[in-house]
Ligand binder design. Structure first.
Ligand SMILES: NC(=O)c1ccc[n+]([C@@H]2O[C@H](COP(=O)([O-])OP(=O)(O)OC[C@H]3O[C@@H](n4cnc5c(N)ncnc54)[C@H](OP(=O)(O)O)[C@@H]3O)[C@@H](O)[C@H]2O)c1
Length: 286
């Protein structure tokens, strides 16, 4: 039995992954930012899997204080962590301008890139206690539509350029791919593996995004025809979290068919990866 932590689990793929992992008998800790939505998800998971060993923790990935408090709680409540899945993401495409977190950081960058890096750092000792710890980051197949996208090392938060939530979202996902490569190298002498999932088009619950324009709703309804279900996508999460054949596989990027795929030239460049991680580390007060 593995102990797994999945963030952003009160909806979509995260919730499906929690159910699948619980059904396989693993202990699942769901990390949600909202108590009410988290409790509702907990009830649903227990309903679909009555014997689920599942617990709720509250965490807002855009807040370093909240991440720290989740880490403190886990250090008191679990002996080791086997699987950490960074599923939570901020991608409200109806957003017109940047929103800043309580740490005064643009929330897409804070939630989708900085949050996972900080949480991993704080939980590394628990992952090292696992027989074979696994860290799973989440990116997007949509990155293929922006093959020349770069992380703007001078202005990742759009302080001096026009904000685009799409651009901010894909920049954060590109950064997660690069972070995966960096961390897998850093941890190459440990038993911990780090891999990234390239999530494809997955059905979204549009009621979660009430401010979408009519145009966006139309585009999503077209997109839905080419989407797979959260349950289908979650099978790749479970594969990466549990498959025996992946015990020594690290630093790879997987698609929804569990195949290794490649990422952009920019994301694989060592100099870019190092620049990203120098920039990233400056955000934290360790
Ligand atoms: N659906 C797709 O087509 C698609 C495509 C490519 C990649 N992905 C990636 O797949 C992953 C799962 O997405 P999904 O489709 O399942 O979407 P979703 O249903 O919207 O799930 C996103 C989850 O992240 C949580 N979240 C957002 N901001 C948070 C924060 N600051 N702290 C903690 N939790 C936060 C949300 O919680 P709240 O309920 O509190 O908002 C929600 O539970 C994401 O990483 C996404 O980028 C999805």
């Amino acid at each position: 039995m593995k102990t797994c932590l999945i963030t952003g689990e009160n909806s979509g793929i995260g919730k499906s992954a929690a159910i699948l992992l619980a059904q396989e008998g693993h202990k699942v800790i769901i990390g949600c930012r909202n108590l009410e939505r988290g409790e509702k998800a907990l009830d649903e998971i227990k309903c679909r899997c009555p014997f689920a060993n599942v617990e709720l923790r509250i965490v807002d990935l855009s807040s370093q204080t909240s991440i720290r408090s989740l880490s403190d709680n886990l250090h008191k409540s679990i002996e080791r962590l086997d699987v950490l899945i960074h599923n939570a993401a901020d991608f409200d495409l109806s957003r017109k301008g940047p929103v800043f977190s309580e740490d005064h950081i643009e929330t897409v960058w804070a939630t989708n890139h900085l949050g996972p890096v900080f949480l991993t750092y704080l939980l590394l000792d628990l992952l090292k206690k696992s027989e074979q710890g696994r860290i799973i980051t989440i990116a997007s197949k949509g990155l293929l539509t922006f093959p020349f996208l770069k992380v703007d090392f001078d202005d990742p938060e759009f302080k001096n350029r026009k904000f685009s939530v799409t651009h901010a979202y894909y920049q954060s996902k590109l950064a997660q791919v690069m972070y995966t490569y960096w961390l897998s190298e850093e941890l190459k002498d440990t038993r911990i593996t780090v891999n990234c999932i390239r999530v494809t088009n997955v059905e979204l619950d549009l009621s979660r995004y009430p401010n979408l324009s009519k145009m966006m709703i139309f585009l999503y309804s077209v997109k839905r025809k080419f989407s797979i279900s959260p349950d289908e996508m979650a099978r790749t999460y479970v594969f990466l979290a549990t498959a025996n054949e992946l015990q020594e596989v690290t630093g790879k990027y997987f698609n929804e068919k569990n195949q290794v795929v490649t990422s952009s030239y920019f994301s694989k460049c060592k100099e870019n990866i190092n620049r990203l991680m120098i920039l990233t580390m400056k955000y934290f007060h360790f």
